[in-house]
Design a protein around this ligand. Structure first.
Ligand code: 5GP
Length: 139
């Protein structure tokens, strides 16, 4: 598979599609997932063109995982979940649907099921409020 520069995340990075942003630096961008599998489900994308973890250069991957931890810490402070799941899928058979390198940050609460591959859109005002809470906690 060749990298498609017009995939959804590439368009979000270029500002051609909207997103509810939580954090950004030179190499990475974090924003709320539009079909959240848990409350506070946040995505971290590498700004460098790449399909998945396996094909991403070390420096870009290091930046992405560093941002994932930074944002996960903020999610932890903002939402006080019982646990935090970090997920990263490679190729369709593993469930990948957007072919641009990204990590999932999914806060988890005891007794609350994960809505795996959720297709129910988030309520925008709710995820905007969550993004504000998380962004405030970024260190
Ligand atoms: P994957 O299945 O490739 O690991 O994850 C893709 C994720 O992107 C899914 O959780 C899906 O809900 C999310 N997603 C798909 N399209 C959009 C979009 O346009 N905006 C945002 N914010 N998230 C999206």
């Amino acid at each position: 598979m060749t990298y498609d520069p017009d995939n959804i995340f590439a368009k979000i990075i270029r500002g051609e599609l909207p997103s509810i942003k939580v954090y950004e630096d030179d190499l990475t961008l974090a924003f709320m997932d539009i079909n959240p599998q848990t409350r506070g489900h946040t995505l971290v994308v590498s700004k460098t063109a790449g399909i998945d973890l396996l094909s991403t250069e070390d420096d870009d991957l290091a930046a992405a995982i560093k941002t994932t931890r930074k944002v996960a810490r903020a999610v932890d402070k903002a939402l006080s979940p019982d646990g935090i799941m970090i997920a990263q899928l490679n190729r369709a058979a593993a469930g990948q649907t957007v072919y641009h390198t990204h990590f999932h940050i999914m806060p988890r609460w005891q007794g609350t099921e994960l809505k795996l591959h959720n297709t129910i859109p988030a309520v925008m005002s709710e995820i905007e409020e969550l993004a504000r809470k998380i962004a405030t906690e970024i260190e």
